[in-house]
Design a binder for this molecule. Structure first.
Ligand SMILES: CCC[C@H](O)CC(=O)SCCNC(=O)CCNC(=O)[C@H](O)C(C)(C)COP(=O)([O-])OP(=O)([O-])OC[C@H]1O[C@@H](n2cnc3c(N)ncnc32)[C@H](O)[C@@H]1OP(=O)([O-])[O-]
Length: 663
């Protein structure tokens, strides 16, 4: 088993003998060297194997060159040998995606010479004895010509365009293509020199730092803790065999699919007959498509459908996914508490409502937690596990383990409005609206955010998820109402600036993609191609005129700083409040749930990269300009961190602890 270089060493001094001369020495050896690949050979591990004359892999082994996911390229000859061994197109695929491949796939590519179900080392030794007398000249990969389709230039041009589109500003995938192009067009020694130059640039880049931080952050969130002191290593989960999902709208369907695909028996309940029939059909379709992709049988028989909540009596865990309405959810929790066995965990998929209020409806509030999935729930990797003041460590541990079993990256967070993800989204969305009021267009704001690396800008994202969702919440909160004295939309709520722009669009029936109109226009309802809408531009002009707002030129920097720094400021408040245990939790939530570009590490890591003093100074500047926007007021923890000399992100927890102990 070889998982490549020690990623922790990348920031400092690398230990051990240099890899490249060692690989060259192995390749140049006059005796045959056979690599026996048990378990995994990734990164430098596979590069070492590529220096050998033969490769034997166990059938359960996995191999790959995942350096790109760490902001690097295979810098020990991998970018030069792999294309020579398996051809340029296959090598480009493996090196630019970093994906791990099974032994069977590796054999198909010609990456390994043989696979075995037996002891790999024994098989490799026998293999070596068999080939001991054979000449080695034809086994040294660095001497191979690079197999390439005839029109290399066209191939690389196409690949480069595709990679640039999907990289969203990440530099490593581009450098990977350049390194493979060197293999295809230059002699081996010159190709190695190019690999070295490209690696040198990547190695010291901020993106590599961010991606390597994120590698460990993803793993750190599994080691959760609660302010009570409960922790992952002292809290045992209870096994879950049978689960139930209540409410088969979009979220409930996705959750049912995720559970069934992971092998859980699921009772899926929907009280409306028509909805139930539609959901059954949709769920079966999703399962069939997923199974076809993975080449397995669809898990249709794992699900029992029903209209009656009584049918969940014997399940171990329920996930409620009814409409986002507190009164309705409370009723469901009362029913569940009466129907289920006393040990059943009762979870809610609410995206921001108070978990404690739901827990209070039940006999065993300690068994209630939030399980906040992200749409589409069978695809999106993120799960926020939300503990309320009464949730037991047992319930948190069980929900976290269930999340892991269904392939989610689960993050334990505290209970507050919007939890972590949606709470931080609020100031971000708010700033985007204020920017429109002050003169920006949705196209410009989105362009800046997409250039930063988000998959979608804030307005395209709102159009996709539906403007009516937030509108209903604001109506329930008494926000989306005109001034009762004038009947006009007001721009202040309880002394704070408020933008009614989203409400005004909803009043016009502009709910986004589904209605064919939102912040953009679409050819027809449901279409995904967003086009600038002249109606919206004149609507914004009229709105500004009505409210005596003078449009000014808003530049790239202002969009980025106001949207991102207000979100980051909320992140610091979340840390101060103890809602997230550390910055890694926030960053993992943002990368997996909100398409934050991974090569910027997550919002909190990004703040550290920009410099906390700069973030503080810019927030102070914007708050001075907009004193009626409290989300721009720098929070105490940010000030404290700056006053403590802006320690590296790994040290923030100590400062957070101090700040919290003083509260
Ligand atoms: C000149 C150089 C050229 C070369 O091209 C550069 C490279 O090789 S670049 C390298 C290319 N290689 C890669 O990118 C491989 C990255 N690694 C992986 O993909 C997965 O960890 C692996 C598949 C190996 C195991 O998955 P799994 O079974 O689900 O287990 P898990 O993931 O939970 O890990 C268990 C523990 O091991 C830790 N750890 C693991 N690997 C490394 C490492 N390389 N380093 C340090 N630590 C590492 C991990 O943090 C965790 O620690 P903790 O304290 O328990 O949280």
């Amino acid at each position: 088993m070889h998982s490549g270089a020690d990623i922790k060493e990348f920031g400092g001094q690398m230990s051990g003998p240099p890899l490249i001369p060692m690989i060259h020495a192995i390749e140049a050896a006059s005796k045959p060297v056979v690599a026996a690949i048990e378990g995994i050979a990734l990164g430098g591990g596979l590069e070492l194997a590529l220096g050998c004359h033969y490769r034997i892999a166990h059938s359960k082994a996995r191999v790959g060159l995942p350096e790109v996911t760490l902001g690097l390229l295979p810098g020990a000859g991998g970018s030069q040998r792999l294309p020579r061994l398996i051809g340029v197109p296959a090598a480009l695929d493996l090196i630019t995606t970093g994906r791990h491949v099974t032994a069977a796939e590796a054999l198909k590519f010609g990456l390994v010479d043989q696979i075995t179900d037996h002891n790999t080392v024994n098989v490799a030794v026998k293999f070596a004895q068999r080939v001991a007398d054979q000449p080695l000249d034809a086994r040294r990969i660095s001497t191979y010509p690079c197999l390439c389709p005839s029109d290399v230039a066209v191939l690389f041009e196409e690949v480069m365009q595709r990679v640039r589109r999907t990289a969203r500003g990440a530099i490593a995938p581009i450098a990977c293509v350049q390194a493979v192009r060197a293999a295809a067009t230059l002699p081996y020694n010159q190709g190695m020199e190019r690999e070295r130059e490209l690696m040198a640039t990547l190695f010291t880049s901020g993106q590599a730092r961010a991606l390597q931080y994120f590698f460990f952050a993803q793993r750190a969130v599994g080691r959760w803790s609660m302010p009570s002191g409960a922790r992952w290593d002292t809290s045992k989960p209870r096994p879950v065999h049978k689960a139930a999902v209540i409410g088969l709208g979009t979220m409930g369907r996705g959750i049912t699919v995720a559970l069934a695909q992971a092998g859980f028996s699921v009772v899926a309940v929907e009280t409306q007959e028509k909805q139930l029939m539609e959901a059954k059909q949709a769920i079966s379709g999703m399962l069939e498509r997923g199974a076809k992709r993975r080449g397995v049988a669809p898990a249709l028989d794992k699900i029992n459908y029903g209209r009656n909540i009584q049918s969940v009596a014997d399940v171990d865990l329920v996930i409620e996914a009814v409409f986002e309405d507190m009164a309705l959810k409370k009723k469901v929790f009362q029913q569940l508490s009466a129907v289920c066995k006393p040990s059943t965990f009762l979870c809610s998929n609410t995206s921001g409502l108070d978990i404690d209020q739901l827990a209070c409806q039940t006999r065993n509030p300690e068994l209630v937690v939030g399980m906040h999935f992200f749409a589409p729930a069978h695809v999106m990797k993120l799960l926020e596990v939300v503990y309320g003041p009464k949730s037991s460590p047992l319930a948190v541990a069980t929900a976290m383990q269930l999340g892991k079993k269904i392939g989610k990256v689960s993050v334990a967070v505290g209970n507050c409005r919007g939890f972590v993800g949606n709470r931080m989204l609020k100031p971000y969305l708010e700033q985007a609206l204020f920017l429109l009021e002050e003169g920006a267009t949705p196209e410009f704001v989105d362009q800046v955010l997409e250039e930063f690396g988000f998959a979608m800008g804030v307005f395209r994202m709102s159009d996709l998820s539906g403007l009516d969702v937030g509108w209903k919440v604001r109506m329930a909160d008494g926000l989306a109402m005109p001034d009762p004295t004038t009947g006009q939309p007001t721009r202040l709520r309880q002394g704070r600036r408020y933008s009614p722009l989203g409400d005004l669009l909803c009043e016009q029936g502009r709910f986004g993609q589904k209605t064919g109109r939102g912040w953009y226009q679409y050819d027809k309802p449901g279409s995904q191609v967003a086009k600038p809408d002249p109606w919206l531009h004149s609507f914004l002009d009229e709105y500004r005129a009505r409210h005596a707002l003078v449009a000014h030129r808003i530049d790239h920097q202002e969009v980025l700083e106001r949207c991102l720094y207000s979100m980051i400021n909320e992140g610091f408040r979340i840390l101060e409040d103890g809602i997230a245990a550390g910055p890694e939790d926030i960053d993992v939530i943002y990368v997996f749930g909100y398409s934050w570009p991974r090569h910027h590490g997550g919002p909190m890591f990004y703040a550290a990269t920009v410099g906390l003093n700069k973030v503080l100074e810019r927030l102070e500047h914007y708050y001075q300009a907009h004193p009626d926007v409290p989300s721009l007021q720098p929070c105490h923890l940010l000030r404290k961190l700056v006053a403590s000399g802006s320690p590296p992100i790994q040290k923030w927890r100590e400062v957070i602890k101090k700040v919290r102990s003083q509260l």
